[in-house]
Write a protein that binds this ligand. Sequence first.
Ligand SMILES: Cc1ncc(COP(=O)(O)O)c(C=O)c1O
Length: 387
Amino acid sequence: MTPRVPYLSARLQGFGTTIFAEMSALAVRTGSINLGQGFPDTDGPAAVADAAVAAIRAGHNQYPPGAGIPELRAAVADHQRRFWDMELDPESEVLITAGATEAITAALLALCEVGDEVVAFEPTYDSYRPAAAMAGATLRVVTLQAPDYGFDPAELTAAITPRTRLVLLNSPHNPTGKVFDEAELDLIARLCVEHDLLAVTDEVYEHMVFDGRHQPLAMRPGMAERTLTVSSAGKTFSFTGWKIGWACGPADLVAAVRTAKQFLTYVNGAPFQPAVVVGLGLDDAYFGEFRDTLAAKRDLLCDGLEKVGFEVHRPAGTYFATTDIRPLGFDDGIAFCRSLPERCGVVAVPSAVFYERPDGGRHLVRFTFCKRDEILTEALSRLEALS
Ligand SMILES: Cc1ncc(COP(=O)(O)O)c(C=O)c1O
């Protein structure tokens, strides 16, 4: 008999970061503060929200152009030049997608052959492995070692095989908060050039760097012609539900991703696209304040977690902090997170779900700090019950 759940979907279920759904349901059932999933509890800039409302009222409600509205493609190109010195032709080198998630999945579908390998760093954002599987490719991971999340160059070199098609790099990195530094980017770039690999970079946290600075891999020597840079308005403007993202880079790569997108969503977010144009055009003060506000939240949460007794791996970027629970007398992050709502009324995410290695991230737990200060303070006071 033909199985009712065919191979691919059964396999994808096995990648189950159903833990997010489980934790969010637990948060609701127990009335807990949810510091699990990364979404802000305040809206982004009013001017951007107003622009979306105005766009709906002005009738921007039908299918937009397949590559995205020209104004948004131009705004993305301007943004890449303004912040990262990247030159792009908005006509052929920018594609608007349904969030970064679609950009990454469409990129893997478009750029990988069945049997290809994709090199990524573990812990990995949860969509990477299933996206590779949907493309018939497999992920080979290089481990970022806690607590500093450096990696062994030899491990990266060894991860590259004749089947390697591309490197999928996330910096600033979720869940660790690591920001890849110049030497690391140079090494990755050198290996990409040497082995003629493509790169897909997930830079959704590009405007959340507190220590060091964000540097797109595409700007390293030899990389512009082989890199697809992905980002999203969801994180930068705190409208994660709008799902407006983009992929930019060489025209042939962008055209390939556009073909995959055409048969995934075709187009997306008509009224949100003009609103994101407004967001991308905000002045430097917006981007600076956004970063500084989050840096203060990072310190509020991390200082508090340290006081409670966690070992805190203070992130250089993103809105996540990883903690080691062993100093509090626990050692299994999954069990810890399952019991935390009942115990303290707080939800967090076990980092183990971001690892492929059986024991990877076992003692680690991730908290988000993109919440109002009073919510973070209340969560910390509830967590004091652990001390
Ligand atoms: C590393 C990373 N990439 C991509 C995404 C998803 O981005 P989007 O909502 O634009 O699809 C997230 C969201 O948490 C993320 O952390």
